[in-house]
Design a protein around this ligand. Structure first.
Ligand SMILES: *[C@@H]1O[C@H](CO)[C@@H](O)[C@H](O)[C@H]1NC(C)=O
Ligand SMILES: *[C@@H]1O[C@H](CO)[C@@H](O)[C@H](O)[C@H]1NC(C)=O
Ligand SMILES: *[C@@H]1O[C@H](CO)[C@@H](O)[C@H](O)[C@H]1NC(C)=O
Length: 576
């Protein structure tokens, strides 16, 4: 009764009546449904919700093209679609068997009248809507864009009775005039060919090779994928359009990517814009409560006894200046020099543990996808990487040394859209590889800052706490993450160490140009480790476990380890 107290009598009566109506109506519907087939009521799909970053974006300091919605790519100006109309939806197949939706992009932006669609957009239904489609305008009207002359029929869902779908979908490939290429496909929900003004073709020289990337959807005989430029990296000029390709009977549709032909970098953030971008999106890195080997600043490591060794003169290691000015500069990773912890055992143990309170991260800012995106690689330095913990079904073994190394560089990379300044995705480095996750899959806090979890001892980065096992059949390397009080706010103490596109504006610290290893090469003998670990197992069972150990894929115990961050492929290239 306490619940009803605030209601007056009239409200209470209407409440009871409403309840009755719901009950009675429900019964009626059930009765009617038994008499004739009911219209199917589809549960709402994740794609029906538009994804938004949790907090509004800051107002960026003014600059050149960054976050101005219109980016200059030499002869073309490009913008992003603002409207997406659903053309066709499947409700089965694709990720989580939830189907996919196909959209016609357009713009309601007055300033973008005359901008042409290059290809339709599609995405899986298991994720909130994150539609993005690049529209283009031929700035000097020099015939860089032309309407297709016809469409080739690619595929239709009309003959696939096993697809749960709303209406039927028809996929078309724009047939372009000679010397022009198609950059995307068109979808209709009727048998007629689409009108020729639905998309534009681009002059050959404004295009480059594209490849299929993420799987969007599939049914018998067809698969739909996102596209991306085949050549990617800070120097590559292929643009990520948001279009898709269809693979029908094993044949991939011939779709090109747009190219930033004159390497126009005017859309990249200026030096003044970098700090606000970092402040808006810098993740918090959470460490496991049992983590012993925390990050430190490079400067701290040198000031606290980090030593430089030279091959042939191992007996005379030299202390390193705080900025690394006495480290050998340049050269190749030839093993002629390496860094190591201090020799004194107590000091060694102290330095291994890092110093979270005064740790810093190091940012590298670089253009991607023809300067339509900005990648900010955030490098975290740990003086020490702890040994691996292995799981066999229900049993766990902490290895004494395998997996350990001195000097450990890990990173996450923020990918920011230069049209609107929004965070698009984050790359998480994990041992030898890593993973890109879209903003829809991130845990945000403090506005638009993602939570990043560093695994215990191994420091692989994940987007969620919990256990990730690298291996299979319940046997593998444990990556344990937990949300604890130990965290690093990467935006609070960082150094911008490189942004090559800004010329001499960012001065690289001398340690960045040190191209040798940040730790000595140590080979742990697997057999010795196994013997050590198996001491805790009753003798009759040891043979069994020994066999299991040898089943572990060796590469999961390998770490990317302590090579210089400039030497990593991702320095100039795309992540993996
Ligand atoms: C068919 O596609 C058009 C856009 O081309 C859209 O307006 C219409 O709603 C679609 N029909 C259905 C049933 O989805
Ligand atoms: C590095 O530090 C030394 C002092 O240890 C200083 O003389 C030098 O100018 C610094 N170099 C740079 C590039 O900051
Ligand atoms: C790094 O070293 C290389 C090779 O010695 C040199 O060419 C380059 O100018 C150096 N860069 C900086 C920033 O010191």
């Amino acid at each position: 009764m306490a619940l009803l107290f605030p209601m007056n009598l009239a409200k209470f009566a209407s409440f009871v009546i409403t309840l009755l109506v719901i009950v009675v109506a429900g019964d009626c519907i059930r009765v009617i449904c038994r008499m004739s087939p009911c219209p199917k009521v589809n549960p709402p799909l994740p794609v029906e919700t538009v994804f938004k970053l949790p907090a509004p974006l800051p107002i960026w300091p003014s600059g050149t093209g960054f976050a101005t919605r219109f980016l200059s790519l030499g002869n073309l100006i490009v913008s992003e679609a603002t409207d997406f109309e659903v053309v066709w939806r499947t409700r089965s197949g694709g990720p989580d068997n939830l189907g996919a939706t196909f959209f016609e992009p357009s713009t309601t932006d007055d300033a973008a009248q005359g901008y042409k669609v290059l290809g339709y957009y599609s995405q899986p239904n298991n994720k909130p809507f994150t539609g993005r489609s690049v529209l283009a305008f031929d700035r000097y009207l020099r015939g860089n864009m032309k309407a297709p002359v016809d469409y080739n029929y690619v595929w239709s869902s009309m003959y696939s009775s096993d697809i749960d779908q709303d209406g039927f979908g028809y996929i078309w490939w724009p047939k372009c005039p000679d010397g022009y290429k198609a950059l995307g496909l068109v979808v209709t929900n009727a048998t007629q060919k689409p009108s020729l003004d639905k998309v534009s073709c681009l002059k050959d020289e404004l295009t480059e090779q594209c490849e299929n990337f993420n799987w969007i959807w599939g049914a018998e005989g067809i698969n739909i994928y996102t596209t991306r430029p085949s050549a990617r990296g800070t120097q590559a000029m292929g643009v990520h359009l948001g279009s898709f390709v269809a693979q029908v009977g094993g044949v991939m549709s011939d779709i090109a990517c747009l190219k930033n032909i004159n390497s126009d970098l005017s859309s990249t953030p200026t030096l003044e814009q970098i700090d606000p971008i970092i402040k808006a999106y810098s993740p918090w890195v959470y460490f496991h409560p049992d983590e012993k080997y925390l990050p430190a600043s490079v400067e701290w490591f040198f000031e606290n006894g980090g030593l430089l060794y030279k091959r042939g003169d191992e007996g005379n290691p030299v202390p390193v200046t705080p900025n690394g000015s006495n480290l050998p500069q340049g050269g190749s990773d030839d093993g002629a020099y390496w860094l190591n912890l201090p020799n004194d055992l107590d000091e060694r143990d102290r330095v291994k543990r890092g110093d979270l309170a005064i740790a810093r991260v190091y940012m590298h800012v670089k253009p991607m996808f023809g300067a339509t995106f900005t990648d900010i690689a955030i490098w975290v330095y740990y003086p020490f990487n702890g040994p691996a913990k292995i799981r066999f079904g229900l049993l766990n073994f902490q290895l004494p040394h395998i997996g350990e190394h001195i000097g450990d560089w890990e990173h996450v990379t923020l990918r920011v859209n230069n049209f609107n300044g929004e965070l698009q995705s984050i790359y998480f480095s994990q041992h030898k590889g890593g993973i890109w996750l879209d903003a829809t899959d991130l845990e945000f806090q403090e506005g638009n800052k993602a939570a990043v979890y560093a695994s215990r001892y191994g420091h692989a980065f994940y987007s969620k706490p919990g256990l990730v096992l690298d291996g299979k059949d319940g046997i593998g390397l444990r990556n344990d993450c937990e949300k604890a009080d130990l965290y690093l706010d990467t935006g609070a103490s960082y150094t911008l160490v490189a942004a090559e596109y800004l010329g001499s504006a960012v001065v690289e610290p001398p340690w960045l140009n040190y191209s040798r290893k940040w730790g000595p090469t140590v080979n742990h003998i697997l057999k010795d480790e196994i013997d050590e670990v198996l001491k805790v197992i009753p003798k009759p069972l040891r043979g069994h476990f020994r066999k299991l150990f040898y089943k572990l894929p060796r590469e999961i115990l390998e770490e990317e380890g302590p090579s210089s961050i400039k030497a990593k492929v991702s320095w100039d290239g795309d992540e993996i």
